[in-house]
Design a protein around this ligand. Structure first.
Ligand SMILES: [Zn+2]
Length: 182
């Protein structure tokens, strides 16, 4: 079976439609700011090299972003068409190896791409924001006696295992998160 000419295959995929597909997946209810989730967003021109890649400005937080900001598709060297084809082949249940052969990529690259795509177009795990009382587990405070020299002396060095919970409790502290700067 003849391997399809990748250049021709990619040329069949309309750039504007690829970006429309991304928008549709990403913002089924209208464009939202990835930074503050506001929907008061205005269009702000387009990318200089990718004319179909729409830019936006958020009126709520003044943040700027575009169709791919914050997606797994941003910052990759593969053109969007390659990602769209990869998605399409995944839908056909092709193996990573088959997709790699069709797209002329190496299997490791395709493995990374399909893993990312399976996780969703937009990374759904938000950055952890610490607030209030934060408990850090599996941390031992071993230096000094935490202001209780008598208790430490009484327990002695051999009580290491028995003192685990107490040490863990001692390792809890309050941390007030810094104002979010993200
Ligand atoms: Zn915003």
């Amino acid at each position: 079976m003849a391997v399809p000419d990748l250049d021709n295959l990619l040329a069949l995929l309309d750039d504007a439609k690829c970006f429309a597909l991304v928008r549709q997946h990403r913002w089924p209810d209208g464009v939202r700011c990835p930074a503050c989730a506001s929907s008061t967003v205005i269009r702000d021109g387009c990318d200089e090299t990718q004319r179909s890649r729409q830019r936006y400005r958020c009126k709520a937080c003044s943040g700027r972003f575009d169709d791919l900001t914050g997606t797994v598709l941003a910052g990759h060297h593969q053109p969007l068409q390659v990602w769209v084809l990869c998605l399409y082949f995944m839908g056909l249940n092709l193996s990573n190896r088959q997709i790699a052969a069709e797209l002329g990529l190496n299997a490791a690259d395709v493995q990374a791409m399909t893993e990312q795509l399976r996780g969703g177009l937009v990374a759904r795990t938000p950055e952890v924001t610490l607030a209030g009382e934060v408990e850090i587990d599996e941390v031992y405070v071993v230096a000094g006696h935490k202001g209780q020299p008598a208790a430490v002396a009484k327990k002695g060095g051999s009580a290491a295992a028995a003192g685990w919970r107490e040490r863990r409790a001692a390792a809890r502290w309050k941390r007030i998160s810094p104002p979010s700067s993200a």
